[in-house]
Design a protein around this ligand. Structure first.
Ligand code: V47
Length: 709
């Protein structure tokens, strides 16, 4: 057994500790030392940054097939305080969340006897249909294992269906304590440790990130805690994919383990610190503030935690029903203040630990667009109001009748009384005409034949505002796709169908759908392809297809080849054939590319008329880098960046440049400017071609002259 000193030194050298070491630390290390060691580790991993997010929980039901000893949340179907949300309830709840700026919905609840995989998938779809840009973190491995087993399909197939429905990551619940004996005592009906781990392993292999937890502080032993951590560490070594570990402190009210009581704050801090030190391969340790309360959470940040979870907005009952915080909710300001109070820097993260950058409100345009000028756009906002004001009121006045028409009516009546046959034919005719008119009016109103609606310009609006505008214009907004553009705020609409025209009004019938593409709030992670030993062109193709981009082309002299990728890196990390590295969409990959001395130079390509993406690809294809991108005044906002085209390039077409040189691009939205610069570029190209031909002719002449001599 190693001494505390030996273990500390080993930790400080960055070495892995054993289970036995962890037990020694737990039992014998002074609390201050654990704090010191764990903080050092935390700061090595994530510096001064501490993460939080804007999230809600969705607990569709507390009716659960399983009856775990520690659970205060579970109810039977017949219990008065059982709840159940139908798919419509879930969708309605998601719609209520539309105006908020959450980035994550965490769905977890009881294992309901009537829920199958299709129901679970439908829940996700309903949430995503209402909140397309929000990440759904859904279902514990226990729920997933149950639904998959009942459907008789493989874990991989089940996960595939959930992923297809919109599940982006899996929370860490249901792990409790892995030890089989203890599991039998506290949650005998739940899936086994092996089954829980199998679900997470499969998810990791499929690129689905997950979290992991441990329920501690009840009747488990220290050895059982360490065994649990060892199994998590092993899985992470074999199939990496855990983003965070969350030690969940057991709460004792209203469940059958109450007699165990609750562990001390010192125990909580030891738990956090040992997690940080032992789980050296799990990047984040979360001190879940809902479980710890604010005071312990703050202290946990000095014991190695680097995440405190999110705003929650009073949406989880698991802890309040067990005696935890009654109505858990925290504002961003409160979360940030907590983090700052211990000297760390708060970072809002998405579900994948990418920083969420929120641009100042000044940009988030309610009405700003590139095509529609501000007055029109403002009109759109007022249109919304006026539609509400102009809501049709029922006419309640009766038609007035004159004495003349009365006397006429009485004369006609006596005539008809004397001729009943004519009267009957006339009545039938009138009834027929009335019916025809009614059907015609009904059809017209029903199909709204004569009403057309001018399609609003949704480009640049944030999705929540767009839903409001669509609703007040009697249109349906459907999100058909999402992209990720680092330069745009999350939720911004970047494309719409029907598109708006600058020359004519685009109109549709009421109730029609407008399809939009939205900029996602969160950056999906993708596999970084291994592109070394390929030609530059092949590598560029693969990188662009994977959703990544080029950070820089670094040219290195080589004896045998030009434009072959020698190695690649993301940030400071070299990517090797065996690296299973993922990176957020849009991340730049640096490519080290070969050149032979004789092919040191390349020619500046024609870039005029291209959009930024096309211009970048063309430069890379020609072995060049981008120095700067300069937009002129016609590019009014970030949305317009996407439409702008190159009108000037810092290096003239055909200029000979060293491979790896940088070219500045000048972009505009002024089509006339682009057109005229295009004409000049064509002239330049012709001139270049002429010079080339002349030079060729000259050298041929020289050669033939030499031959004659
Ligand atoms: O699995 C149930 C625990 C878990 C009690 O992945 C209890 O980011 C204490 O997993 N006392 C569900 N804990 C919650 C969960 C979670 C929470 C926050 C974030 C994440 C994440 C995951 O709650 C259950 C169980 O281990 N739990 N009852 C109780 N009486």
């Amino acid at each position: 057994m190693r001494s505390i000193n030996e273990i500390s030194n080993s930790i400080r050298r960055g070495e892995r500790i054993t289970g036995e070491d962890a037990l020694t630390l737990w039992r014998e290390a002074p609390l201050w030392l654990l704090g010191e060691l764990a903080s050092e580790r935390k700061e090595k991993a994530s510096g001064k940054e501490v993460y939080y997010n804007r999230n809600v929980h969705l607990e569709p039901t507390n009716i659960c097939l399983f009856n775990c000893e520690f659970c205060s949340f579970r109810r039977r179907e017949s219990d008065a305080d059982a709840w159940y949300m139908s798919l419509d309830d879930i969708e309605a709840r998601a719609k209520e969340l539309r105006g908020t700026d959450i980035t994550e919905v965490h769905i977890v609840g009881g294992v309901h006897p009537k829920h199958d995989l299709a129901t679970y998938c439908a829940m996700i779809r309903r949430v995503k249909s209402a909140l397309p840009y929000v990440t759904v973190k859904a279902y514990t491995a226990v729920e997933i294992f149950y639904m998959i087993r009942n459907d008789g399909i493989s874990i991989v197939e089940g996960l595939r269906q959930l992923k297809e429905a919109g599940m982006e990551c899996i929370p860490g619940g249901g792990a409790e304590i892995f030890d089989a004996e203890l599991r039998k005592k506290i949650c005998p009906e739940k899936c086994s440790a092996e089954e829980w781990l199998a679900v997470h392993r499969a998810a990791h292999n499929m690129g689905i990130p997950t979290n992991c937890t441990m329920l501690y502080g009840h009747i488990e032993s220290l050895e059982q805690r360490i065994d649990h951590l060892e199994r998590l560490r092993k899985l992470q070594d074999e199939a990496p994919g855990f983003d965070a570990f969350i030690p969940l402190k057991y709460h004792s009210r209203g469940n059958r383990l109450s007699e165990a009581g609750e562990c001390s704050v010192e125990e909580d801090l030891r738990m956090i610190a040992i997690s940080r030190l032992f789980l050296d391969n799990i990047p984040h340790i979360k001190a879940y503030w809902v479980s710890y309360g604010k005071a312990t959470t703050e202290m946990a940040l000095a014991f190695g935690a680097d995440d405190i979870d999110g705003t929650i907005g009073d949406t989880t009952k698991i802890y309040s029903m067990a005696g935890g915080i009654e109505r858990p909710t925290m504002s961003v300001e409160e979360l940030e203040a907590m983090i700052r109070s211990v000297g760390y820097t708060p970072i809002e993260r998405d579900s994948h630990y990418n920083q969420v950058e929120r641009l100042p409100d000044t940009f988030v345009p309610e009405t700003t667009t590139t095509e529609v000028k501000t007055p029109e756009a403002t009109d759109m906002a007022t249109k919304k109001e006026s539609t509400i004001k102009k809501a049709p009121t029922k006419a309640t006045t009766k038609p007035r009748t004159t004495s003349k028409s009365n006397s006429k009516k009485s004369g006609t009546a006596s005539f008809l009384k004397r001729r009943p046959l004519i009267a009957n034919i006339l009545y039938m005719g009138i009834v027929g005409i009335v019916l025809l008119v009614a059907v015609y009016v009904g059809l017209k109103v029903g199909t709204r034949h004569n009403r057309v609606i001018e399609v609003p310009n949704f480009m640049g609006m944030v999705i929540d505002d767009a839903y409001d505008v669509a609703e007040s214009s009697d249109l349906k907004l459907i999100v058909r796709d999402s992209i990720f553009d680092v330069d745009l705020p999350g939720g911004t609409i970047v494309d719409q169908l029907p598109k708006i025209s600058s020359v004519r009004d685009v109109t549709v019938k009421p109730g029609r759908k407008v399809y939009v593409t939205v900029n996602a709030y969160t950056r999906r992670k993708v596999d970084v392809p291994y592109v070394a030993k390929q030609t530059l062109r092949q590598a560029l193709n693969q990188i662009e297809r994977s959703g990544l981009t080029v950070a820089k082309l670094v040219y290195e002299a080589d004896m045998t080849s030009t434009d072959y990728v020698i190695k690649q890196s993301v940030g400071n990390n070299e990517i090797l054939p065996t690296s299973k590295r993922q990176a957020p969409v849009g991340t730049g990959v640096t490519l080290h590319v070969s050149y032979q001395q004789k092919e040191q130079n390349t020619q500046t390509p024609r870039l005029i008329g291209l959009n930024l993406q096309q211009a970048k690809s063309t430069l890379w294809d020609n072995g060049l880098n981008i120095a700067k991108v300069v937009y002129d005044d016609s590019v009014e906002d970030i949305i317009a960046h996407r439409k702008a085209r190159v009108y000037k390039q810092s290096s003239k077409i055909g200029t000979s440049l060293q491979r790896g040189s940088e070219v500045t691009l000048y972009l505009t939205c002024d089509e006339t400017l682009v057109d005229s610069m295009n004409i000049i570029a064509t002239e330049e190209l012709k001139e270049l071609e002429k010079q080339r031909r002349e030079a060729l002719l000259e050298s041929e002449n020289e050669l033939s002259g030499e031959d004659e001599q």
